[in-house]
Design a protein around this ligand. Structure first.
Ligand code: NAD
Length: 275
């Protein structure tokens, strides 16, 4: 794909690039190729378990650790970012999710509520907390763009996705509710991208991920959307070509969300005796 510097001059913050498989990692690489400047951020624990620092060096981006459950961390991050850029931000990517109930394979009806609380805090409330921080500090430029990543389990049940489904429903709702205020008062857009199953650390934590992945791939007329193509969609939402798109949950899934059944899957259910 050719790079036309579609984001030249744009400044932002990218959350959640843990390792090369992370969706946010691909977004950061493409934003860089398209001319954007950005701060990378991740949870302090990522300094130990991830490679965010390598990406920061490679792309020459400052790295500021912040735990999304801590208001003071987000305030510090936004202050440092606006100081670094000497002004407001054009784009922010929220690419964060974690559930201990899912990771520990605790069945949904037996959810541990301490873990569930943590899931909601990290995976959903953090989006509101981040937007509130950007709002209070008036850190977003007019016609700026805030994007969160989500999954179709917010609309349809996928049993092994557990409480992350509930967290994603809340995340998508926050995009609509906060998106109204950001649009009305600051001319800033807020959207979520509902991405195909993607082989990443968070994705792999979901029970039966391979079956999930293969099923979606067979259902979707275009096949599963890759992390690289998700990065392309993110860039389009950070660009000036999507300035009137806001408060949307945008499916980026090769057509999965609107397919009833595919011929590939039909074939696997055929009973030759009945034909
Ligand atoms: N992989 C998939 O199949 C898939 C599909 C649809 C949507 N998504 C969403 O995409 C986003 C990115 O996930 P990914 O698949 O790239 O996996 P990933 O594991 O690479 O990214 C998740 C990130 O969340 C960060 N994080 C966790 N707790 C945090 C905290 N307290 N503070 C700050 N950061 C924290 C992790 O360090 C990591 O960088 C998530 O919102 C995920 O739910 C993933």
């Amino acid at each position: 794909m050719s790079h036309n510097q579609i984001l030249k001059g744009k400044k932002g913050i990218i959350f959640g690039a843990l390792n090369e498989a992370s969706i946010a990692w691909k977004v950061a690489e493409l934003c860089h190729a398209e001319g954007a400047e950005f701060i990378l951020t991740n949870a302090p624990v990522a300094a130990r378990v991830g490679q965010t620092d390598e990406l920061a060096k490679k792309l020459n981006a400052p790295l500021i650790y912040a735990d999304v459950t801590k208001m003071e961390d987000l305030e510090n991050l936004v202050d440092e970012a606006t100081k670094h850029f000497n002004g407001q931000l054009d784009f922010v990517l929220h690419s964060v999710g974690m559930s201990l109930n899912v990771r520990k394979k605790i069945p949904y009806p037996e959810a541990n509520y301490e873990y569930m609380h943590q899931t909601m805090d990290i995976s959903a409330m953090s989006f509101h907390r981040l937007m509130q921080t950007l709002w209070k500090k008036d850190a977003m430029k007019e016609w700026g763009s805030i994007v969160g990543l989500t999954y179709i389990a917010a609309q349809r049940t996928f049993p092994d996705y557990g409480e992350m489904a509930d967290a994603k429903s809340l995340l998508e709702s926050f995009a609509r509710s906060f998106g109204y205020h950001f649009g009305k008062n600051k001319k800033v857009r807020v959207n979520t991208i509902s991405q195909s199953p993607t082989k990443t650390t968070a994705g792999g934590g979901v029970g039966g991920f391979d079956a999930f992945y293969n099923y979606a791939n067979k259902m979707s007329p275009l096949g599963n959307a890759s992390a690289e193509s998700c990065a392309e969609y993110c860039v389009s939402l950070f660009s000036d070509y999507t300035r009137m798109v806001t408060m949307q949950n945008l499916f980026h899934d090769g057509g999965f969300s609107y397919t009833g059944i595919s011929t590939d899957l039909m074939d696997s259910f055929r009973d030759p005796a009945a034909e």
